[in-house]
Design a protein around this ligand. Structure first.
Ligand SMILES: *[C@@H]1O[C@H](CO)[C@@H](O)[C@H](O)[C@H]1NC(C)=O
Length: 222
């Protein structure tokens, strides 16, 4: 399920906000028939914040991680992120729906999903710097995982430092009969460099072969 489609094709709810620089975030997650709440930047006014599977982030502008932060811990799960305190329950092999709130049509780019095993200690206390991500599963062994779902907006990416990453992290509690563990994972701070093909990219020409950026370790569950 490596999604390399363009953001334009996302199901978009855009009616509620009108502004020139709107961005977005994952507002809802649906798995096995249940609808969960993602991290909403408005939750920062709640103390304590609600117990949800979405990781918290300091993103009141619903914006992106600074393009010069590709090696900074902010790239892992968005700015100053801390673990979500609940989980999405999902059976390995079933469909997970991520519903974004607002997305500007101009912000085209790849949608990429990564997964990191939190181990038996679980994800709610995970140290993000220690998470090793692979690009996604289906025969996955039951357990606790962080799903790192990301759009990289490329509307300014023809200049070095122009690509805008919008990572969103969600805790998953995976059940099922799978037995394959993720291996060969990479920390998110090592995914991208500002000159990588696909990070430095002109979307305004004719886009035929987009090189999806990130490590080459696409985990097939094999
Ligand atoms: C999840 O629930 C919210 C709030 O009721 C609703 O607005 C949203 O459309 C639901 N999402 C999906 C994908 O069913």
């Amino acid at each position: 399920m490596l999604l390399s489609v363009f953001a334009k094709q996302l199901p978009v709810i855009s009616a509620l906000i009108t502004c020139a620089a709107c961005h977005g975030f994952v507002q809802f997650i649906v798995a096995d028939g249940k609808n969960y709440t993602g991290w909403d930047p408005g939750f920062r006014y709640q103390n304590p914040p609600p117990s949800i599977p979405g990781w918290t982030a300091n993103n009141p502008d619903i914006g992106f991680v600074s393009p010069d932060s590709l090696a900074h811990p902010d790239i892992i799960c968005h700015k100053a992120a801390t673990p979500g305190q609940a989980y999405v329950d999902v059976t390995a092999g079933s469909t997970l729906t991520l519903q974004w709130f607002t997305w500007p049509d101009s912000h085209k780019g790849p949608i990429i999903d990564y997964l990191a095993d939190c181990g038996t200690a679980g994800c709610t206390g995970a140290k993000k710097e220690n998470l090793k991500f692979v690009k996604i599963p289906s025969t996955l062994k039951p357990g606790n995982y962080v799903l790192r779902h990301e759009i990289i907006a490329l509307h300014r990416a023809s200049n070095v430092g122009g690509a805008q990453a919008y990572p969103q992290c969600i805790n998953l509690h995976v059940s099922g009969a799978g037995s394959k563990s993720t291996s060969g994972g990479v920390p998110a701070t090592k995914f991208y460099k500002e000159n990588d093909p696909g990070i430095l990219f002109n979307i305004y020409g004719e886009v035929t072969n987009y090189p999806v950026p990130g490590p080459g370790n696409i985990w097939t569950g094999a």
